[in-house]
Design a protein around this ligand. Structure first.
Ligand code: FMN
Length: 419
């Protein structure tokens, strides 16, 4: 592996995010018990616990149709605003599809959301994989690489409209004529404007990320795979004179022993809802089929990988807190700036991650910085109260629906209509 993080990144503490469960069924398509819920009471409580545990970001998902274990879905922009209203420090990243939104309408949303939240709005621009959502709405479904042409234009227009007066752009998909939006976003020190995240693994996605994104988000990857993505994005960014930051998804299974964590993973996969996973496999492989080089998100994903729909098992964040922390810091060394996490039992495990994994990560980050002849800037580590196991369990008990876990439909119900 040749990729190593630049010195400035080694001096900066890792940032942590979690996936907002704003769609039902949890983050794995399995009938294993998942203490999670997609409704607002659970999510507001989770968001507060996350910010008190040291998480700086939450990511909502955009999904319009029942598919792949999510029979219910809350719309991302509305849900993100509710979470911003429920929290004080958390930055909430809302996901949007070009092709569903006009960049001018989204820019207006961003500026307002940023004003309402005191400078905590962010967006994740995703090109989409679920063809039926587009064709069902009567919208064109572009071929894979063409979706990225549109996404790049979309992000340019979005940033231009958020930051500039009299913005114009003459593009294939979007034409903007001398437009000024007021108000502009909040002026936050160290932030040029509300952050623009962007997700994808394919070669086309890496090119776009380097040219226009503030943050590149990848699905779960092993160390070597991720290093390849970083190289691809950096090559494109260097040509454009830019330096985006890097995020990576991982499914966390922190247990008292590695054996226990591995058993949990085995149980998740053994209880997977096979028709739903296979249906998803078909959709995403069709969506990625037209990449020129056959490299794309999910292209090399096995059945087991796809039980977590963003390949989160591939990152192998399982074992004891020490083992997980070591693995996380290995990813930092090859370029990760932000770790996006998901769990079986969100409230309890987010709090547990903050209490048990993050402190070890911080110590290892200090060692890593020294190994490279510099120091970790500890002043950037969020100063948070932390959440005890008892507080987290009580918060989950108070907000989980009476019918039990797995997205308020009872364990497994969501999986039955999932495919
Ligand atoms: C972190 C992350 C979050 C994503 N969130 C969504 C989402 O909310 N809705 C959605 O339709 N696609 C989402 N995607 C998937 C993208 O729409 C797209 O299908 C994928 O990035 C394509 O990857 P490819 O370039 O490797 O083909 C997400 C991707 C990543 C990496």
């Amino acid at each position: 592996m040749t990729t190593t993080a630049p010195v400035s990144a080694l001096e900066t503490p890792l940032k942590f995010a979690y996936w907002v469960p704003n769609v039902s069924g949890g983050l794995v398509v399995s009938t294993i018990e998942q203490r999670t819920d997609w409704q607002l009471p659970y999510n507001s409580s989770l968001a507060k616990i996350a910010e008190d545990s040291g998480f700086e970001y939450a990511l909502t998902q955009t999904r319009y149709a029942a598919s792949y274990g999510a029979s219910q879905q809350h719309e991302a922009s509305a849900f993100s605003l509710a979470l911003l209203g429920a929290t004080e420090r958390l930055r909430v990243i809302a996901a949007f599809h070009p092709g569903m939104w006009h960049p001018g309408v989204l820019a207006k949303w961003v500026n307002t959301a940023d004003q309402l939240s005191g400078g905590r709005a962010a967006v994740n621009i995703v090109s989409g994989w679920l063809k039926d959502e587009f064709t069902g709405f009567g919208l064109p479904w572009l071929e894979h690489d063409e979706r990225y042409v549109r996404t790049e234009e979309f992000i340019r227009a979005l940033r231009g409209l958020i930051t500039e007066d009299g913005y114009s752009q003459d593009g294939q998909y979007y034409t903007i004529d001398d437009f000024t939006l007021s108000p502009k976003p909040v002026d936050v020190p160290g932030r040029a404007h509300p952050e623009i995240f962007f997700g994808g693994n394919s070669t086309a996605a890496q090119g776009v990320a380097g040219r226009v994104a503030d943050w590149y988000f990848s699905n779960g990857r092993d160390l070597e795979g991720y290093a390849g993505n970083v190289e691809g994005v950096r090559a494109s960014a260097e040509k454009a004179g830019r330096s985006p930051r890097f995020g990576l998804n991982g499914f966390v299974i922190a247990r008292d022993s590695r054996k226990e964590a591995e058993e949990t993973l085995r149980e998740i996969v053994a209880k997977a809802h096979r028709p739903a996973v296979e249906g998803f496999q078909k959709s995403v492989q069709e969506a990625g089929a037209s990449t020129k080089d056959g490299k794309g998100m999910w292209a090399d994903s096995s059945f087991e990988d796809l039980v977590q729909y963003n390949d989160g098992f591939k990152t192998r964040l399982l074992g004891t807190p020490e083992e997980i922390a070591e693995r996380i810091v290995s990813y930092k060394e090859i370029g990760v700036n932000l770790l996006l996490t998901c769990y079986l039992n969100f409230t309890e495990e987010v709090a547990g991650f903050g209490r048990e994994v993050m402190p070890i990560v911080r110590e290892l980050e200090k060692d890593l910085a020294r190994k490279h002849g510099t120091e970790l800037d500890v002043s950037q580590i969020p100063d948070v109260p932390g959440v005890s196991a008892e507080q987290a369990t009580a918060a989950a008990d108070a907000t989980l629906p009476a019918s039990g876990a797995n997205g308020s439909n009872g364990a497994g119900a969501d999986q039955e209509d999932a495919a």
